[in-house]
Design a protein. Structure first.
Length: 191
């Protein structure tokens, strides 16, 4: 149990956790943010693939979504023990209450919020999105957004609209909102 004088892990870990739908730009923004702040970037989906040695679509095919979500929870738990990371979570990471608790307790959570149109434009040709491999992927994306938006909002400390601004503009805005300073001499992000 934490005493009143012990700082909360959320504030002392230095972690920033990016949540949002597939196609919201979590990986792109996360890499740039990490570079600008001198932190380590980790994509939870990449970490799952590294640990298993297989692709996310393969895990879905063999173990189903439930098997993937179990693996995802284990990875998020492990990663949230670290400090000074920028973590890009998978779009469905917020589904499980234990994941929401882990990220809420151990980092500042930023919801990168995109419109359905923007998300569709960014994901419509991507065959590595198992949940969108349906007869009507746009309708599935809308359904997922409707289900997940309240969860992203619930867990978020900050909500940033992704819109049409460039990555550097978005990251600069995010750094200001986080009350942080970029490293001296850090290079601007490239689109």
């Amino acid at each position: 149990m934490r005493s009143e004088t012990t700082p909360h892990p959320k504030r002392t870990s230095g972690n920033v956790v990016l949540v949002g739908m597939m196609g919201a730009g979590k990986t792109t923004v996360g890499k740039c943010l990490a570079r600008q702040l001198g932190k380590t970037f980790i994509d939870s989906d990449d970490e799952i693939q590294r640990r298993t040695g297989v692709s996310i679509p393969h895990i879905f095919e063999v173990e189903g979504e439930e098997g993937f979500r179990r693996r995802e929870s284990g990875v998020i738990h492990d990663l949230m023990q670290r400090n000074d990371i920028i973590l890009a979570t998978g779009g469905g990471a917020v589904i499980r209450p234990e994941n929401r608790g882990e990220i809420r307790e151990n980092g500042v959570v930023v919801y990168l919020k995109g419109s359905l149109h923007e998300l569709w434009q960014r994901t419509r040709h991507d065959r590595n999105r198992p949940l969108l491999q349906t007869a009507d992927p746009r309708a599935k994306l809308q359904e997922l957004l409707s289900q997940r938006d309240p969860l992203y909002t619930e867990v978020a400390d900050l909500i940033v609209l992704t819109g049409k601004q460039g990555v550097q503009t978005l990251v600069s805005e995010l750094i200001k909102k986080l009350g942080l300073s970029p490293l001296n001499g850090s290079e601007p992000c490239k689109p």
